[in-house]
Design a protein around this ligand. Structure first.
Ligand SMILES: [Zn+2]
Length: 355
């Protein structure tokens, strides 16, 4: 089929889903989206009803090479990317970055390590409601933590980084819910950031678990550099003396001078139970056979968030909502704290149960 080149073939956005890009091209040219979709797709080879994008056709109508299109659009890559390193649901991402891409909404499938747009200082954590990204102008340490997070990725690869960062966020959530004298100096920063992100008296409109996640993210990334390190994983598993070194390092990183006095804290549990295990794979992985269209509706999640908003107090068990959120489901299910896990499940107060 000879396809005419479009007069204004704008480039795709990085990590944009193919349906989003084709939709923008159609709107920009006043074309019917379904007509253009049929032009650049064909029935899958297995004979099913599903249509798949033919990269050469998209290249023909845009005048761009298949190589450059596939650089931005993960679905066009051959071989297919390792989908486990991406979030399983698309999201809109940073609206400032999207503004330079004409033709309507940009929808992307972002890799797990993308928490912040460092250029525009916006929090993009996926557990937030779509379209409600959070400005970080007053919290530069969160932007800095994203850069540190990327250094863990470069050093250890996506799988170890994914496990270490989620484990660390979960640990911080657990520490935040401990009694005040057991959770160290970092707690003061979590309360300070929570009061900026969720100003007192506004929780009904500003509360989200994504913002709690942002509040602990700097310390979580500091902790994750240690959880990802083969050296510190070994130290965590060895003799009492080596554990003392490990505990001293935790105390230094989390500014928690008394750390190590209790054996039954979340980090000791990680050292006893998890340090020797391989990294966990995400529970939900994007299925390329399922067409990516729009970000999912999350009414159940939003209802659960409203319940937590009602009871939110940054000084009292504020980590509970974070621990129960489905963003952490992969590491939560590892059940490193059986008592806590069972009580949460028994309460039915868990976001991921709703998903
Ligand atoms: Zn941006």
């Amino acid at each position: 089929m000879l396809l005419p080149r479009l007069p204004d073939p704008v480039p795709p956005a990085q990590h944009e889903i193919a349906a989003s890009y084709i939709g923008r091209l159609a709107r920009l040219h006043g074309l019917d989206i379904n007509t253009l979709w049929r032009c650049v797709t064909e029935r899958e080879a297995s004979g099913g009803m599903r249509r798949v994008v033919v990269p050469e056709r998209l290249a023909a109508i845009t005048g761009r090479t298949v190589h450059s299109l596939a650089g931005a659009l993960p679905e066009l890559r051959t071989p297919q990317p390792e989908w486990a390193m991406f979030r399983h649901q698309p999201q809109r991402g940073c609206h400032h970055c999207n503004a330079k891409h004409p033709g309507g909404e940009v929808t992307r499938i972002l890799p797990h390590h993308r928490y912040v747009c460092t250029r525009h200082r916006l929090w993009l954590c996926p557990s937030d409601a779509d379209g409600h990204t959070t400005p970080l102008d007053a919290l530069p340490e969160i932007v800095q933590a994203q850069r540190r997070h990327l250094r863990i990725l470069q050093r250890h690869g996506w799988a170890i980084t994914y496990d270490a960062v989620l484990s660390a966020i979960l640990i911080c959530g657990q520490l935040w819910s401990l009694p005040e004298n057991e959770n160290g100096e970092a707690r003061h920063d979590w309360i300070r950031r929570a009061n900026i992100l969720i100003p007192p008296g506004t929780a009904e409109t500003t509360f989200s678990v994504a913002r709690l996640c942002a509040a602990v993210y700097p310390e979580a990334v500091v902790l994750a550099t240690l959880l990802a390190s083969p050296y510190w994983r070994q130290q965590a598993q060895r003799t009492a003396w080596d554990r003392r070194l490990f505990n001293a390092e935790i105390a230094r990183r989390l500014r928690h001078p008394r750390y190590g006095q209790h054996e039954n804290d979340p980090i000791s549990h990680w050292a006893n139970m998890t340090a020797k295990r391989p990294p966990l794979a995400p529970i939900r992985v994007h299925d390329p056979k399922h067409h990516l269209r729009e970000p999912a509706q999350r009414t159940a999640t939003q209802r659960a968030q409203q319940r937590h908003a009602h009871a939110f107090n940054p000084s009292h068990r504020a980590g509970d909502a974070l621990i129960a959120h489905r963003h952490l489901a992969t590491v939560f299910r590892r059940a490193w704290d059986p008592f806590r896990t069972h009580s949460l499940l028994a309460n039915g107060d868990s976001y991921y149960k709703l998903s």
